[in-house]
Design a protein around this ligand. Structure first.
Ligand code: HPA
Ligand code: ZN
Length: 333
């Protein structure tokens, strides 16, 4: 895809990316061979051809199937390094990255293997590309809270390797209130809190994420717009929403990008940000997501600024990124 040079050169923060969702078909096939994992797809093209989804669950089924090729520390390193290489080439300067430990520990891969591979890639990527990053541990909401509690216990020896917790996977029928206690414990440990809400679930789930999980960002949040009072509250509280345009299209959350709610979000004063979600599966990384919505330069700058403002990095780092962004906006492309 030919991307507007202004978008390509724009310094960006990515706040909603599932590292397992950056597993490209080429790497899936290479890891399947390296690890002797049998796949039901005979070729890269056959795998890519399966990337047509009717809804979130339809995607998640393939997402969990794909991650079966990830077995060793080096696999997690290679996965994350491939993401960082792409992100850096698109001028992503800071990334806060979700990972799904239960998708791995449930298959017998130790938490240590996952976190050490991802951490080694983060450190190398900062040295090689100057990209700063952090990890956010997501609980799978299709599993119960006891499983999330055990996952948090397992993660505690590596408490300094991740900055927060999130909530992802199948949303319908799995409201945030089911995870109130584990989120309270995580916050008590000084972890930041975010949650997917209002992707397929109703506006009420967004309210629960705020009131019960006490999140600092909402991932997606599209359905919040169904509720005028909630929308006004999100604006008043300057609650960031990590919006993912191509994901919304591919998972049929929106019928067409021309009807995407992002512009309505900005019009209603919401702190929206642009993100890629699962870029290997949804047809694009950050640049393609920015390019998907025919935004004005002013809107593009606002969204990029929101990304850095909503990041969990320290204030000095944030200011440095924001100044670089403002300089870019003044010089243009
Ligand atoms: N929604 C919920 N869970 C997910 C997603 C998503 O878009 N991607 C990976 N896990
Ligand atoms: Zn997501």
């Amino acid at each position: 895809m030919n991307v507007d040079p202004f978008i390509a050169g724009l310094p960006k923060a990515e706040l909603h990316i599932h590292i397992e969702g950056s597993l490209e078909p080429e790497l899936t096939m290479a890891l399947a061979e390296r690890n002797k994992v049998a796949l039901r797809f005979g070729s890269i093209d056959a795998l890519r051809a399966a990337y047509r989804f009717s809804d979130l669950q339809d995607f998640l089924d393939l997402y969990y199937e794909g991650m079966r090729v990830l077995l060793h520390e080096q696999d997690f390193y290679d996965l994350a390094m491939a993401y960082f290489r792409k992100a850096a080439a698109q001028n992503v300067r800071h990334a806060e990255i979700f990972f799904d430990p239960q998708g791995h520990t449930g298959r017998g891969v130790p938490f240590k293997t996952v976190i050490e591979g991802l951490t080694r890639a983060r450190v190398d990527a900062e040295r090689r590309f100057g990209i700063t990053s952090a990890l956010i541990l997501c609980f799978l909401r299709h599993l119960d809270e006891a499983d999330a509690e055990r996952t948090l216990d397992e993660a505690l020896p590596w408490r300094d390797r991740f900055i927060g917790v999130g909530l992802d996977s199948s949303e319908k029928g799995r409201p945030p209130r089911l995870f109130e206690r584990v989120f309270a414990r995580a916050r008590g440990l000084g972890l930041r809190a975010v949650a997917h809400a209002g992707e397929e679930g109703p506006a009420g789930y967004v309210r629960e994420a705020l009131d019960l999980l006490k999140v600092e960002r909402i991932d997606h949040g599209n359905r919040a717009l169904d509720d005028a009072e909630l929308t006004a509250r999100l604006a008043r509280e300057r609650m960031p929403l990590t919006v993912c345009p191509l994901s919304n299209l591919r998972l049929c959350v929106v019928p067409d990008l021309k009807d995407h709610p992002l512009r309505r979000m900005l019009d209603r004063g919401l702190t929206a940000t642009i993100n890629s979600d699962d870029p290997a599966y949804f047809g694009g990384y950050m640049n393609e997501n920015f390019a998907a919505l025919s935004l004005s330069r002013e809107e593009t700058m606002t969204l990029a600024r929101n990304g850095f403002r909503a990041a969990f990095c320290d204030e000095a780092t944030k200011q440095r990124h924001l100044e670089a962004l403002d300089d870019y906006g003044l010089s243009g492309a």
